[in-house]
Every structure is written in structure tokens, then in C-alpha cells.
Design a protein around this ligand. Structure first.
Ligand SMILES: Nc1ncnc2c1ncn2[C@@H]1O[C@H](COP(=O)(O)OP(=O)(O)OP(=O)(O)O)[C@@H](O)[C@H]1O
Length: 263
């Protein structure tokens, strides 16, 4: 069963066509990574999948139902979107921020009940930020803040999670921590995950499926171990390198050698 399906997504900004008829299907419980060069339309596609941007044409289906036909609140019960960055409200505590996830579902004027508090506690505990529930978010380190933002998304209690570059600004340790956490949540809760990832190696390491965008279209789409190869490095990123399989996991590993001049 597909959780999320995009049919013929075209997005134009003025005269510029950023996405031209993109088709995509994300199966239940799958982790799909969107990769491609800067400016190729990854964030735009993620925003379309999350209902945050209405495409010029094309349709997104959530479990067979058009996203367009859903109210914002209904959509918030199906899909949580973690944007690339979020303005920090000075002094806002972790708990207060995570509670925003429940307001997305209840509506801004909705009343939160005991069940909502439980979801908030559960989201904070699953992401390991319950110990700093009363701390101000703007005082936390980048890694902690990213886990809090994940908790905010989890508090919506959706089965689909869309993450835009969840590792940006994090050091290697915190990048891995966040991605391991997403993997654990995906596996334990059966979440369907779509991430924009800049690092092809991270996509190769975590995603079940990789979709590479180029020139506004899907250039490659398939199981990670089949799609991530040296040709993809060259054709999508204009980089030559080596891709081989990890003996233990069977997943692709990459090293980057040089940039192709002019590509
Ligand atoms: N609201 C907008 N109005 C006009 N142009 C936009 C808008 N949003 C995005 N664009 C343009 O669309 C193109 C694709 O942007 P998008 O952010 O989707 O790319 P991306 O692949 O996520 O890039 P990056 O890897 O750098 O984050 C860019 O050229 C961007 O400038």
C-alpha cells in the first residue's frame, strides 16, 4: 500500500519551471531520500508532498485520498513536516514548542486534553528531550534543538514524516544521532519517512529508496543499493568517485574524488 503518491507534479515560479511532471510513490513504512544538486527542487517537492505548497499542476494522494481535498487539520493528522529551519521564539520552552504539534492537529483555538499531554510526553521521551522539557529551546545546542524539532513533528502522531535536511548545521556525531533516531522511529513505529538529504552517503546509509532529481524531473528512482552508484554521482552531482558495497550491510559507500569541470 502506498502512503504517499505524487502524480505529475509541476511547479512554476513565474516563468521558471522547477518541477516538471514529477511522479513519486512512497510505500508504507519506507524511508525515501530525495537527493540532487542545490536548487534542483527537493525542498519544493517536499513542501508539495506535505501540502505546504500547492503545485501548478498535479496531485498528491495520501492513502488514496487527495491532499487538496483535506482540511489543514486533517492533513496535519496524516503528515508532519519538519522544515529546514524554524524561527526561534525567545524563551519558549521545549514542552511549549512540542505542544505546538498538538495544536497543529487540534487547530490554533483547540483545547488540549489529557491525551494530548500524553502525546507530548511520548514525543519528548522518544526523542530523549524529556530531561530538558522546561529548558528554553534557544539555549539548547544544535543537536538537542534538532531532536526537539523532531519531537514537535512526532507529537502530531502522524504515520508520515517529511524532513527537510534534518542534519544541516550538525557535527558528524549529531548528524548520525539524528538519523539513527529517525531510523529507530521508522522501524519501531512503522513510520513512512521522506527526507531531503544533501549527503549521498547518508542517503545510502539510511534510506530504503533514493530518488534523484535533475532538471526538474526524476532522474533515478529505486532501491538504494541499486540506484546509488558511480554513474549517479557523475550524472546528478557532476562528481567522480568510487561507490562500493559495505560487506556487512550491503549498502553503498561513497568516496568523492573530483569535480567534473563544466558539468
Ligand atoms: N517561493 C519561491 N519563489 C520563487 N522561486 C522559488 C521559491 N521557492 C523556491 N524557488 C526556486 O526554486 C528552485 C528550487 O528550490 P528548492 O529550494 O526546492 O531547491 P533545493 O533542491 O531544495 O535546493 P537546496 O539543495 O539548495 O536546498 C530554486 O531556484 C529556488 O530559488
Amino acid at each position: 500500500m502506498s502512503s504517499l503518491q505524487a502524480n505529475g507534479i509541476t511547479v512554476r515560479f513565474g516563468h521558471r519551471t522547477v518541477l516538471a511532471g514529477v511522479d513519486l510513490t512512497v510505500a508504507d513504512g519506507q524511508w525515501l531520500a530525495l537527493v540532487g544538486r542545490n536548487g534542483c527542487g527537493k525542498t519544493t517537492l517536499l513542501r508539495v508532498l506535505g501540502g505546504l505548497h500547492v503545485p501548478t499542476s498535479g496531485e498528491v494522494l495520501v492513502r488514496g485520498r487527495t491532499l487538496r481535498s483535506m482540511s489543514r487539520r486533517r492533513a496535519a493528522r496524516e503528515i508532519a513536516v519538519l522544515a529546514q529551519s524554524m524561527p526561534a521564539v525567545p524563551g519558549l520552552t521545549v514542552r511549549q514548542l512540542v505542544r505546538q504539534g498538538r495544536y497543529a492537529v487540534r487547530g490554533p483555538l483547540g483545547m488540549l486534553a489529557g491525551g494530548d499531554d500524553e502525546q507530548v510526553r511520548d514525543a519528548m521521551s522518544a526523542t530523549g528531550v524529556d530531561g530538558c522539557a522546561d529548558a528554553a529551546v534557544d539555549r539548547l545546542s544544535g543537536g538537542e534543538r534538532q531532536r526537539v524539532r523532531l519531537a514537535l513533528a512526532l507529537a502530531q502522531d502522524t504515520s508520515i514524516l517529511l524532513l527537510d535536511e534534518p542534519t544541516t548545521y550538525l557535527d558528524i556525531r549529531h548528524q548520525l544521532e539524528v538519523l539513527e533516531l529517525v531510523r529507530r522511529l521508522q522501524q519501531e513505529r512503522g513510520l513512512t519517512v521522506v527526507t531531503v538529504l544533501h549527503d549521498l552517503e547518508q542517503a545510502a546509509r539510511y534510506a530504503d529508496r533514493v530518488v534523484a532529481l535533475r532538471d526538474g524531473a526524476v532522474h533515478a528512482d529505486g532501491p538504494t543499493s541499486e540506484v546509488v552508484d558511480e554513474r549517479l554521482l557523475e550524472s546528478v552531482f557532476g562528481v567522480s568517485g568510487r561507490v562500493w558495497r559495505d560487506e556487512r550491510t550491503g549498502r553503498p559507500l561513497c568516496t568523492y574524488d573530483s569535480v567534473h569541470p563544466g558539468s
